[in-house]
Write a new protein. Structure first.
Length: 271
């Protein structure tokens, strides 16, 4: 299973795949992903707006849309069920992993969706093909099928505090997890979900080129955090984005699809 593809591989297949720029930034970063995309992006890529392409009927950030909404979103992006999709981003929070997860949730063939290893940073550093041209989209007719087992709600998270049927792993930084650093969303209290374990997503990434660490290294990191590889894991974070980085890492380790608490701390931390 190719959960990741290299910059070299994508450079050779630019015209044979659908490429999505899924850049997204935390509210306090003050970067505009769509405007940055308009100035420069990987050739043939299409912008995927994580906030816009989400559930607009709930007061939580970028929650999973409905099946009908997703079919409209992907059809308007010109994506077919048979397309091999490569997702990348130009973000500190590796938001491409969230879009990778969303396609899996809505039934896209796992062998036809990958994340670009190293993201836009590595692509630029290697002086590969970029443009400011916006790719013309031909509308498609995408057919989605939800896999409800890949998402959990707050009630299921609360029941697990007692039942302990799965491990809940939080991707936020240690200071936020411990409640020593305030949340970027002012309406949220600080802290973590009882019984959860902390694995900051940055620990899974090589600093020098923003690629994922290899399978052996990932297993070692999970074990150091006292996470049991063979026991079911569910991932959470601030708002459901960086949880998917942990989900991708676990897929590399185990071959399992990620299970995400979609509301994450944006829901659980509401006073």
């Amino acid at each position: 299973m190719n959960y990741l593809v290299s910059t070299e591989w994508l450079d050779k297949h630019l015209s044979k795949v659908k490429i999505l720029d899924a850049s997204w930034h935390l509210p306090n970063i003050k970067r505009n992903a769509i405007e940055e995309y308009k100035l420069n992006h990987i050739t043939n890529s299409i912008f995927f707006d994580i906030d816009k392409n989400s559930n607009q009927n709930i007061n939580l950030p970028h929650m999973l849309p409905s099946k009908i909404e997703w079919e409209n979103i992907t059809s308007n992006l010109g994506i077919n069920n048979s397309d091999y999709i490569i997702v990348y981003d130009n973000s500190d929070v590796f938001s491409s992993c969230r879009v990778w997860y969303t396609f899996l949730y809505f039934g896209h063939n796992p062998e036809l969706i990958s994340v670009l290893d190293g993201n836009f940073t590595k692509w630029i550093n290697e002086k590969r093909s970029t443009t400011k041209e916006i790719k013309k989209i031909i509308k498609s007719n995408y057919d989605a099928k939800e896999n409800f087992q890949l998402v959990l709600n707050k009630d299921q998270i609360n029941k697990n505090i007692i039942n302990k049927k799965f491990q809940l792993i939080d991707a936020r930084g240690e200071q936020r997890f411990l409640g020593l650093q305030p949340e970027s969303r002012k309406e949220l209290i600080s802290g973590n979900i009882k019984g959860s374990k902390n694995l900051p997503f940055q620990e899974l990434i090589n600093k020098e080129n923003r690629t994922f660490k290899n399978k052996k290294e990932l297993i070692s990191i999970f074990k150091k955090k006292e996470i049991l590889i063979d026991i079911e894991m569910v991932f959470t974070c601030g708002s459901g984005v960086t949880a998917c980085i942990l989900g991708l890492a676990n897929s590399i380790i185990s071959g399992k699809k990620p299970i995400i608490y979609d509301g994450s701390w944006a829901e659980y931390g509401l006073e």
